[in-house]
Design a protein around this ligand. Structure first.
Ligand code: PDD
Length: 281
């Protein structure tokens, strides 16, 4: 495997970052994960738009011009011969003597890009049975709209999910409404077949897959309501699913150990998943 690190393509096993990188010391950086399906990098424009937004919210400079960055991403995918997989891209405020204050403006941001293969058959198998989520109290900072590499609450939530026999954890507000998963957006399908997902302006990451599902749903003639929903509503819903670049559309069949949606992936969920892959053709 080959990684791109600050201007060089290096063997993945030898790729390294300085110990005083601000990403390492302060989680002072942002990232993107893009899906590669049948050789296409999905939604690259939207991912780069969101990267630009995250960078500007943190006042970190682009590590290179957007066009060049796009070319490097494609080159990393090519060199790793990935047809189905993921691209990981991380930008930090760079290397500087440890100090909470931003380093001088001439400090170059650090950039790392990697690509790896994933197994579409394994993902399809999981989608055929569905996955389980647990719920955990929201304990993240208020700027989760920034795709920051500071992911400790997400790490702890996912680990807890694993230890409890589930695959994802949902962050829940004190009033019982669902925010999002540790690394996925949350959705339900009502008894009337309406898709419901929380507005992106309200304490969640605006997922790229979430945005693309809006397009997919429109094509399928499905109605979407952008509003909050509670864990109770999700328990009563016809279908429950999550979206992310890593899992695309993944049915959820249990919440906190109790079956939802009759314990089976729903037809709407699966048709969204299928239609999503069709745009990758
Ligand atoms: N996570 N919400 C959170 C908190 C996320 O970390 C992610 C993505 C999403 C879904 O966004 P998208 O559809 O753009 O992947 C929602 C990535 C995949 C990760 O951390 O691995």
């Amino acid at each position: 495997r080959i990684a791109y690190v600050n201007g060089r393509y290096v063997p993945h096993s030898e790729a390294g970052i300085h110990i005083e990188d601000r990403g390492y010391q302060f989680a002072d950086g942002v990232y993107e994960v893009c899906e590669i399906a049948r050789g296409n990098i999905m939604d690259m424009t939207r991912h780069l738009d969101r990267l630009g937004r995250s960078l500007s919210e943190l006042r970190i400079a682009w590590p290179m011009e957007r066009k060049a960055l796009q070319a490097v991403i494609r080159e990393v995918v090519r060199r790793n011969r990935v047809r189905n997989g993921l691209v990981y891209l991380q930008v930090t405020r760079g290397v500087a003597k440890r100090d909470h204050i931003f380093p001088s403006a001439d400090t170059p941001p650090s950039i790392v890009i990697t690509a790896k293969r994933t197994d579409p058959a394994a993902s399809a198998a999981r989608a055929a049975t569905g996955i389980k989520v647990i719920t955990v109290p929201e304990n993240r900072w208020e700027r989760v709209d920034i795709k920051s590499i500071g992911l400790l609450p997400n790490v702890l939530a996912r680990q807890q999910a694993k230890e409890e026999g589930a695959q994802e954890a949902w962050f829940i507000d004190p009033d019982g409404t669902v925010k999002e998963g540790a690394a996925t957006n949350a959705w339900i399908v009502t008894k009337d077949g309406v898709l419901v997902t929380r507005p992106a302006e309200s304490g969640i990451l605006r997922g790229i897959t979430r945005t693309t599902i809006f397009d997919v749903a429109k094509n399928l003639g499905l109605k979407i309501e952008e509003r909050g929903f509670s864990v109770d509503e999700a328990r009563q819903a016809k279908e429950v699913f999550m979206t992310a670049a890593t899992t695309v559309v993944m049915p959820i069949v249990a919440i906190d150990g109790e079956s939802v949606a009759n314990g089976h992936p729903g037809t709407t969920t699966l048709s969204l998943r299928e239609a999503f892959f069709d745009i990758a053709e």
